[in-house]
Design a binder for this molecule. Structure first.
Ligand SMILES: Cc1cc2nc3c(=O)[nH]c(=O)nc-3n(C[C@H](O)[C@H](O)[C@H](O)COP(=O)(O)OP(=O)(O)OC[C@H]3O[C@@H](n4cnc5c(N)ncnc54)[C@H](O)[C@@H]3O)c2cc1C
Length: 415
């Protein structure tokens, strides 16, 4: 079997992997770097793939190469190259079951993959998608050509993005959500009122409290979906958005510690020397709760990948952790931020919530009232960066608490 060798091997060529590669190159001008990517496409900006579904962007528009800091100087990127197993003792990786690569240092930046609930029958039918890759986006765009109605399973943010991409193409979309409300991971149902109004206004049909039982098909693929209340919805496309799981199956039996994702210490290092992990694949910690968590954001993956790049090249750098929940985005033109601890029902957290016209604001303090631990802002997200700082730094808020509650805190207070 062919064997190549490289100084720095990065498995996964996306946010974390490319940020790490870039940082390594800055720290070590000559050490060889290889990036393995299971995808056929060169690295691209994953959050932009909904625009490929709408047709507003082409694949070329969202490539990392040539955009931002990603100048791939001397970085070898191997596409359609899937690592299938790792031997941490001999420091080798098997690729596509056909060749091997040895390394001095390795980074696992394999991200995450959509979770497909096994109880739903027929998920392998033509016309069923889970939007994660550029290839998925191309597939959805092509299927949209023959689709009048699509059903989205799951009310999370990524599925909402996929839903809006289809709406933008003129496809009718029904969102089927098992929870009582959309975005249940990011906010409590009572806090999502303004979002729901915006989604209704945008023309999205939403059915809550229902699960999918099976996908119906004819010779052209998906023809409908059977729901848990016994009803059937005719449709030609189904998109599953039931969350993601770290892509780490190739590490089972490697001796690398796994706990959902790859367990790393505060310096992005695994339990085995010369092995690191970053991005969606890694299990890091939440600075608010101290608990182990995985992250699901591009910005976090870049930050962690960069940190890993320093550590791989011997510049010991601590990672600041990542919030279990951290999202600043918009759905249906409604901006919102959800961060830290936001699920407070039945807890002792001190909550200050207020609604005013088109805005909603919920600030969550620790039970003793001395720390800001979370927030939900909808409509008006001014000051979110400042509050993020207060939460992340675990700052005592005695002096500024009334200012936070009354929206009078400003950046001058931190000078
Ligand atoms: C539709 C969509 C919209 C999003 N929108 C936003 C947003 O607005 N803001 C935001 O912050 N985040 C967003 N995200 C999330 C963000 O894209 C991810 O958090 C981020 O891409 C994680 O980066 P990563 O480098 O850890 O892993 P990934 O981007 O998942 O990349 C991992 C790469 O590793 C490859 N790989 C996996 N296993 C192997 C293997 N065994 N061998 C070789 N290669 C392998 C994968 O094929 C993939 O290319 C969005 C995601 C999606 C799908």
């Amino acid at each position: 079997m062919q064997m190549d060798s490289v100084k720095y091997l990065i498995i996964g060529g996306s946010a974390a992997g490319m940020a790490a590669a870039q940082t390594i190159r800055q720290q070590d001008a000559y050490g060889s770097i290889a990036v393995l990517s299971a995808e056929a496409d060169m690295p691209y900006f994953r959050p932009m793939i909904p625009y490929v579904v709408t047709g507003k962007k082409s694949a070329k528009d969202i490539m990392l190469s040539g955009n931002g800091p990603y100048v791939a100087t001397g970085i070898q990127i191997l596409t359609s190259a899937r690592a299938d197993s790792v031997n941490a003792d001999s420091k080798t990786v098997s690729i596509n079951n056909t060749w091997r690569m040895s390394y001095d240092k390795v980074l696992f930046a394999t991200g995450s993959s959509p979770y497909i609930p096994p109880e739903i029958q027929g998920t392998d039918t033509n016309g069923v998608f889970a939007l994660r890759t550029l290839a998925d986006a191309r597939g959805m765009a092509a299927r949209a050509e023959i689709t009048d109605h699509a059903v989205m399973l799951g009310g999370g943010l990524l599925n909402l993005k996929a839903a809006f991409a289809l709406l933008a193409r003129g496809v009718k979309v029904t969102l089927v959500v098992y929870s009582p409300e959309v975005l249940s991971q990011l906010m409590e149902p009572e806090d999502a009122g303004l979002i729901r109004i915006a989604l209704d206004r945008a023309g999205l049909k939403i059915k809550t409290g229902l699960a999918a039982e099976g996908i119906l098909s004819d010779k052209k693929g998906v023809s409908g979906i059977a729901l848990s209340d016994g009803s059937e919805l005719p449709c030609k496309m189904v998109c599953i958005g039931k969350g993601v799981r770290p892509s780490t199956a190739f590490l089972s039996n490697s001796g690398i510690e796994l706990d959902r994702g790859v367990v790393v210490d505060r310096h992005t290092a695994c339990n085995i020397p010369d092995a690191f992990s970053a991005g969606d694949a890694a299990v890091t910690f939440d600075p608010v709760t101290g608990q182990r968590i995985t992250t699901g954001l591009w910005t976090n993956a870049v930050e962690m990948g960069r940190c890993a790049g320093y550590n791989i090249t011997g510049k010991r750098t601590a990672y600041a952790g990542t919030f279990g929940i951290m999202n600043a985005t918009q759905v249906a033109d409604e901006p919102f931020v959800s961060m830290g601890i936001v699920h407070t029902k039945g807890t002792d957290y001190e909550v200050h919530a207020s609604a005013s016209g088109a805005t909603y604001r919920k600030m969550v303090f620790s039970p003793d009232g001395n720390r800001l631990v979370g927030m939900t802002l909808i409509g008006d997200i001014a000051g979110a960066g400042m509050y993020r700082y207060v939460i992340r730094e675990n700052m005592p808020v005695k002096e500024i608490k009334s200012l936070i509650i009354s929206k009078k805190l400003h950046y001058g207070h931190f000078m």
